[in-house]
Ligand binder design. Structure first.
Ligand code: PDD
Length: 285
């Protein structure tokens, strides 16, 4: 039986219970993180925890825990290895439903693990190019907060699945923002482009790492506004997230991107990414 973490205790998943009045359940009044662990060690853990603090501050939940110790122990209790940790912190429960909340409320903390692929071991040939649709971004204007209220993301993802695609890329006021659960990149004449960091997108930890790796390796990048035509005429399109790393998008809205094959700059970034991942894991965090 899987072990989960709930309010300062490690318990079997089927023993973990949360109140029906929990504000995470009633209102989506909660934030979360998804953090990959390889060989039992957190990957870019400090960056994830910094973003968690940003999200908590953004919705005014105040809580202090040794997250690193808790999550590392949770991963160990679930056998170590390659797992992604889901950590959710809701504002808690006051035993009734009310929009207004008491600032002294005890937050509910929940964490569990899911298996994750180690793409370093699997290699670039194991990564298939995916297809995507472009659809309206109907989310709020604080997408920099990793909030659990993901209804717009879920609906566009389902729209993508119904169209036979894997991912939904969202567009607002004529500009691409990001995917339903990932950031967006495109390549044009050797330059990597990605939407500017703002409250319209999540500051992805994988996005940040891709920009860092490009800078260290002399690959030009630009954080800019991207419109539909620019995207559709790209040489390459990629998406990035903690659970998927960097994945090529080879078809959008039923049109092939360039020749519809995984691009050479993607292959280079995949190599840089997986080498970084392996070096970090071998050196410890
Ligand atoms: N999602 N944008 C959105 C809307 C996301 O939900 C995510 C991650 C990202 C990428 O962030 P990072 O590189 O730090 O994982 C961008 C996680 C994986 C999820 O919701 O499951």
């Amino acid at each position: 039986m899987e072990t989960v973490y709930l309010n300062d205790k490690f318990v079997a998943a089927d023993q973990a219970q949360v109140s029906v009045f929990d504000r995470g359940f009633l209102f989506g009044d909660s934030v979360y993180e998804v953090i990959p662990f390889y060989q039992g060690q957190g990957f870019r853990l400090d960056e994830h925890l910094a973003r968690l603090e940003h999200s908590l501050r953004g919705i005014q939940i105040s809580i202090a825990r040794d997250w690193k110790a808790i999550l590392t122990e949770l991963v160990a209790k679930n056998g170590g290895g390659n797992l992604s940790v889901y950590l959710q912190i809701s504002r808690g429960s006051s035993g009734q439903r009310s929009h207004a909340y008491d600032e002294q409320m005890q937050p509910t903390v929940f964490a569990c693990c899911n298996p994750i692929r180690d793409i370093y071991d699997e290699g670039p040939d194991s990564i298939a190019g995916i297809s995507a649709i472009v659809t309206a971004d109907l989310r709020w204007h604080r997408c920099d907060i990793k909030a659990t209220g993901l209804l717009p993301n879920i609906l566009v993802m389902q729209q993508a699945r119904q169209a036979g695609a894997t991912e939904a890329l969202m567009i607002r006021d004529g500009l691409l923002t990001e995917g339903a659960s990932c950031n967006l990149f495109m390549v044009d004449k050797g330059v990597i482009y990605t939407p500017k960091r703002s409250s319209e997108i999540l500051g992805g930890t994988t996005r940040e790492l891709i920009l860092e790796l490009a800078a260290v390796n002399g690959i030009p990048t630009q954080e800019v506004d991207i419109d539909y035509d620019h995207l559709m005429n790209a040489d390459e399109v990629w998406i990035s997230s903690s659970t998927r790393a960097v994945v090529p998008v080879i078809k959008i809205d039923d049109q092939l991107i360039a020749d519809g094959k995984k691009g050479p700059l993607w292959a280079r970034m995949f190599e840089l990414f997986t080498r970084y991942q392996r070096d970090l894991m071998q050196g410890g965090v």
